[in-house]
Design a protein around this ligand. Structure first.
Ligand code: UDP
Ligand code: MG
Length: 343
C-alpha cells in the first residue's frame, strides 16, 4: 500500500553501485528523517550487472520508503534520472548520485533555500577530490564551452545534484526529448534558481561509469540540445575562404607577371590546401550528422526507457505513452468501429 504523497522525493540512478547502496540509504535516511517531513527514496536500477539490484531489493523490503524502478537494460544516467523524476511525487525532488560523491548532508542546505522560496537549488562543486586532473580539466572546459555557445545559462561546475520544486519537475518532465541533458533542461525552464557550494568527494566504491565516450556524448547532447551555433560556424569559415580567394587571385596574377621564377607550382601546396578544406567539410558533415541523428531519434518516437518492474510505486504514475500520429489515427478508427459494432 502506498501512503500519502511524500514532501520530498530523492532520486538516485544506479548502475553497478554494489557496496555503495546501504551507506547511501543510511546517510539519506539520517538526513531526511532530520528534516521532519515525509520522504521517499526512488532508486533507478539502470541495467546493473553486479549485486546492486539485490541490495536495492533488500533496502526496499527493510524500508518501504525506498521505491524501485528496474530498467529492462542500461539506458544511461540521464534517462535513469528522468524515470525517477517521472515517478516522483514529492513537493521537492532531489537528484543525487549513488556513489556518495554528492554528500547527502548538503540536502539540508538545499531544503533551506527551497523554503526561502527558490525553485531550483543546484550544488556547485567548489572543489573536487580524488578525480584525475584530466577529468577536472575536461569538465571545466565543457562547462565553459557549453555556456559560451548555448543560449541558456548553465551554472558553472554544477552536476545533476540539485533540488527542484514540483513546478520545475513538472516542467522538465514535460520536455520529452530523447537526448537528455537534465542540467540544461532545468536551466531552460527558468524559475528562481540558486546554488549551494560543496566539496566533491571521491566515489566510495567502484569506478566511474562515465567513460570518455559517454562524457563526449553528454557534451554533444548539451550543445546540440541548446544551440544552433555549431551549424552556423560554417558560414564564418565560408566568408573567410571567400575573402582569401578574392585576395589571392589578383596577387597570383601580379606575381606571375612580375616574376620569372616558378611560383606556387608545387603540388604540395595544392595538396595541403585541399586537405585542409576537405577536413573542414568532413567536420561539418559530422556536425550536421549530430543534429540529423537527433532528429531521427525524435521522429522514431521510441519510449525514453523500458521498465522491467517497479516496487512500491503507484502504477498510475507510469508516464504517458508517446503516441505517434499514425497510432493515434489507428486507435481513433478502431474506437469508431467498436462503438458502431455495439450500437
Ligand atoms: N549511472 C547510471 N547509468 C549509467 C552510468 C551511471 O545510472 O549508465 C549512475 C551511477 O550509478 C551514478 C551516477 O549515474 O549514481 C553518476 O555516475 P558516475 O559516478 O559513474 O559518474 P561521475 O561521477 O564519474 O561523473
Ligand atoms: Mg560519480
Amino acid at each position: 500500500m502506498i501512503e500519502e504523497t511524500p514532501i520530498f522525493s530523492v532520486v538516485a540512478p544506479v548502475h553497478n553501485e554494489e557496496g555503495n547502496l546501504f551507506e547511501l540509504y543510511r546517510r539519506i535516511r539520517d538526513v531526511m528523517d532530520g528534516l521532519g517531513e515525509s520522504w521517499e527514496l526512488i532508486m533507478v536500477n539502470d541495467g546493473s550487472t553486479d549485486n546492486s539490484f539485490e541490495e536495492m531489493l533488500a533496502l526496499h523490503q527493510q524500508d518501504p520508503r525506498v521505491r524501485l524502478i528496474n530498467f529492462a537494460r542500461n539506458f544511461g544516467h540521464q534517462t535513469a534520472v528522468t524515470a525517477g523524476m517521472d515517478f516522483s511525487r514529492g513537493q521537492a525532488v532531489i537528484l543525487i548520485d549513488a556513489d556518495l560523491q554528492d554528500p547527502p548532508k548538503l540536502i539540508v542546505d538545499m531544503v533551506k533555500k527551497w523554503r526561502e522560496g527558490y525553485h531550483v537549488v543546484y550544488a556547485v562543486r567548489a572543489k573536487r577530490e580524488g578525480e584525475s586532473p584530466f577529468k577536472v580539466w575536461t569538465a571545466k572546459l565543457f562547462y565553459r564551452l557549453t555556456n559560451s555557445i548555448t543560449n541558456i545559462d548553465i551554472p558553472l561546475d554544477t552536476g545533476d545534484f540539485r533540488l527542484m520544486d514540483r513546478r520545475v519537475v513538472n516542467a522538465v518532465n514535460s520536455l520529452r526529448e530523447h537526448n537528455r541533458f537534465i542540467r540544461g533542461m532545468t536551466s531552460w525552464v527558468g524559475f528562481r534558481q540558486t546554488g549551494v557550494e560543496y566539496v566533491r568527494k571521491p566515489r566510495m566504491a567502484g569506478e566511474t561509469k562515465y567513460t570518455l565516450r559517454k562524457m563526449l556524448n553528454l557534451a554533444l547532447d548539451g550543445i546540440t540540445g541548446f544551440s544552433y551555433f555549431p551549424l552556423q560556424v560554417a558560414i564564418y569559415i565560408s566568408f573567410v575562404l571567400a575573402v582569401l580567394a578574392v585576395l589571392a587571385l589578383p596577387i597570383i596574377v601580379v606575381l606571375r607577371l612580375a616574376t620569372t621564377e616558378a611560383f606556387l607550382e608545387g603540388q604540395a601546396t595544392t595538396l595541403s590546401v585541399l586537405l585542409i578544406l576537405s577536413a573542414f567539410q568532413f567536420l561539418f558533415f559530422f556536425i550536421m550528422g549530430q543534429y540529423i541523428a537527433r532528429i531521427y531519434d525524435e521522429v522514431r518516437a521510441r519510449p525514453l526507457y523500458v521498465i522491467a518492474d517497479t516496487y512500491g510505486l503507484p502504477s498510475q504514475n507510469v508516464p504517458p505513452r508517446v503516441v505517434t500520429p499514425v497510432q493515434a489515427a489507428e486507435e481513433h478508427s478502431h474506437n469508431i468501429s467498436e462503438t458502431s459494432a455495439t450500437s
